[in-house]
Design a binder for this molecule. Structure first.
Ligand code: C2E
Ligand code: MG
Ligand code: MG
Length: 254
């Protein structure tokens, strides 16, 4: 992994996020891949746990932030409509490494405005990390950086952090979206998350949307945004660009 970082073998793919009502692309999520010369494309599930164990997720995560900000700024310069760039963070990036410094450097270097960057945190980070570690979150929020909670609903049920960190967006975990059409409990959970999110003035996005029926159900419960294979897989930047240019209407179908 260390060599992969030195040899610049990491790449980012980007998956678009659509506004359900207008069908427009509002943002993309940066997803890390390792282009191993021998094994080919390696998915994050196969190497991120190891990188978290040996600490390399800190420099790798810093590279992801730099690269994602650079890409978002390049798209803006190329006159694509403004979008939000979402980046996943690991707990270790809070504990070690200077997260505030890393993020502000990535923004400064790329020229990307802070409100165009969204950091995806998990519930466990907000519940388990120390106040000191989480100060970076408050400082970044003060700069205008957006905050979303990834895999929402799978972690801990302390909801105080939603208020404490002025979270902007909830990402409903894929596991609830998956059986939305057939499982009444999942449908009730998704509806409850959307209602709670809206009462707290948060936007709600569903991840892992794979079918038209799921999209239909999400519209019924008034979910704001969707992301999933039904609309697009995570793609290399060049392949995603056509979707950024035309106002896509894919999310409106169904
Ligand atoms: P995540 O942040 O929850 O990302 C969503 C994952 O769901 C991605 O998997 C994406 O490809 C996949 N996905 C999207 N739409 C669908 C769908 O319709 N159906 C199904 N079955 N899957 C869908 P991926 O790219 O393999 O990433 C897995 C996880 O690895 C991410 O989950 C995130 O936790 C982590 N990860 C990825 N990139 C980074 C990174 O740069 N830094 C850190 N710390 N973690 C990352
Ligand atoms: Mg994510
Ligand atoms: Mg997720």
């Amino acid at each position: 992994l260390r060599l992969a970082l030195d040899n610049e073998e990491f790449i980012l793919h980007y998956q678009p996020q659509f506004d359900i009502a207008s069908g427009r692309v509002l943002g993309v999520e940066a997803l890390l891949r390792w282009h191993d010369p021998v094994q080919g494309l390696v998915m994050p599930g196969q190497f991120i746990p190891l990188a978290e164990e040996n600490g390399l997720i800190v420099p790798i995560g810093a590279w992801v932030l730099r690269q994602a900000c650079r890409q978002a700024a390049a798209w803006e310069r190329a006159d694509h409509p403004p979008i939000t760039m979402a980046v996943n963070l690991s707990a270790l990036q809070f504990r070690r490494g200077d997260l505030f410094q890393t993020v502000t450097a990535a923004l400064h270097e790329s020229g990307l405005k802070p409100d165009r960057l969204e950091l995806e945190l998990t519930e466990s980070i907000l519940v388990h990390e120390t106040e000191q570690a989480l100060n970076a979150v408050r400082e970044l929020k003060a700069l205008g950086v957006q905050l979303s909670i990834d895999d929402f609903g799978t972690g801990y049920s302390s909801l105080a952090y939603l208020k404490r960190f002025a979270v902007d967006k909830l990402k409903i975990d894929r596991s609830f979206v998956c059986d939305l059409e057939t499982d009444l409990d999942d449908a009730a959970i998704v509806r409850a998350i959307v209602q709670m999110g809206h009462s707290l003035k948060l936007r709600v996005i569903a991840e892992g949307v794979e079918t038209d029926r799921q999209l239909h159900m999400l519209k019924l419960v008034d979910c704001d945004e969707v992301q999933g294979f039904h609309f697009s897989r995570p793609l290399p930047p060049g392949e995603l660009e056509p979707m950024l240019t035309r106002a896509s209407t894919t999310a409106r179908a169904g």
